[in-house]
Design a protein around this ligand. Structure first.
Ligand SMILES: [Zn+2]
Length: 290
């Protein structure tokens, strides 16, 4: 087996690509499956540290037209000594010195009829990607509306202000985010550390339906002005810094993001936001699109 060379590895999911012709550069056995690495890939992998956005689905096709469905799409890491780690087996952070990362396409079962150097086609499932992208874009619109709606609840200035000028509740309190086709569930902590920063939770539970109505109304108004959505990236590496951009209420906004997105607000569809406070320390927001 050759070494995993990543110098020319490129991702294209952040540009909206669904299909690439490329070449197999590496194959590694992984449990009861094989992980295939190619020079270029349109596939968005599930992040091994913050798995909010599921992996793309789709297939790899070899030069004989044989298609292999992907069971998963994951991060593959190469440590400074050239050792290979896959997904949750990666012990490093993305910016640890000497580490490089690429996308691994997981094919279940016996070794597929693929060798290093083989030309392949990589095809993403368009409809699944589309539904995830709509949900993820909707979740970011919701975040800005949430920050605006909660702005009055901050008793102190915090150093995290979003592009609309509001204290960034979303960035400070978000604990977990779970995107699925056409919906996103965000879990926020309302605990002591948020209170220490100056956020007041008094009466929040009683006012929950008022906030819900306000946010839904705000989003409806913002969505009247269709604006482009783009993902800006400082490169085509898997760990290049990427930012989601659009215009909300006349303001250009951005947010760091490694996901996939639709290319206009109108492509999201109608956004419906739902609040739930299951206990004193937790706020769960479900953002659905239809
Ligand atoms: Zn995102």
């Amino acid at each position: 087996m050759s070494d995993l060379a990543l110098e020319s590895f490129k991702t294209t999911f952040h540009k909206g690509s669904l299909r690439e012709r490329s070449v197999v550069t590496y194959i590694v056995p992984y449990g009861d499956s094989h992980v295939i690495v190619s020079e270029t890939t349109p596939f968005h992998p599930r992040d091994y540290q913050w798995p909010d956005h599921p992996a793309d689905r789709g297939f790899i096709e070899n030069s004989l037209g044989r298609r292999y469905d992907l069971a998963d799409v994951v991060f593959v890491g190469r440590d400074p000594d050239g050792n290979i780690c896959v997904d949750s087996g990666i012990p490093a952070k993305k910016n640890d010195p000497g580490w490089s990362f690429c996308v691994g396409h997981v094919i279940l079962g016996v070794r597929p009829n693929l060798s290093e150097g083989d030309p392949i086609i990589l095809q993403v499932d368009n409809s699944y990607r589309w539904r995830l992208s709509r949900a993820h874009s909707a979740a970011h619109v919701m975040s800005f509306a949430l920050n605006q709606s909660f702005a009055q609840r901050w008793r102190r200035k915090i150093p995290y202000i979003d592009d609309m000028g509001n204290p960034n509740f979303d960035a400070v309190a978000l604990e977990k985010s779970n995107i699925s086709p056409l919906s996103c569930v965000d879990r926020y902590r309302l605990g002591k550390s948020l209170k220490r920063r100056g956020f007041t939770v008094d009466g929040l539970k009683d006012d929950i339906s008022r906030y819900e109505e306000e946010i839904n109304r705000m989003i409806d108004e913002w969505m009247q002005n269709d604006a482009p959505i783009s993902v800006e990236s400082d490169g085509d590496n898997l760990t290049s810094i990427k930012c989601w951009n659009t215009t909300l209420d006349g303001v250009d906004v951005e947010m760091p993001c490694n996901g996939t997105h639709v290319s206009r607000l109108s492509e999201i569809g109608t956004i419906i936001v739902n609040f739930e406070i299951p206990d004193e320390e937790t706020l769960i927001i479900t953002t659905s699109v239809r």
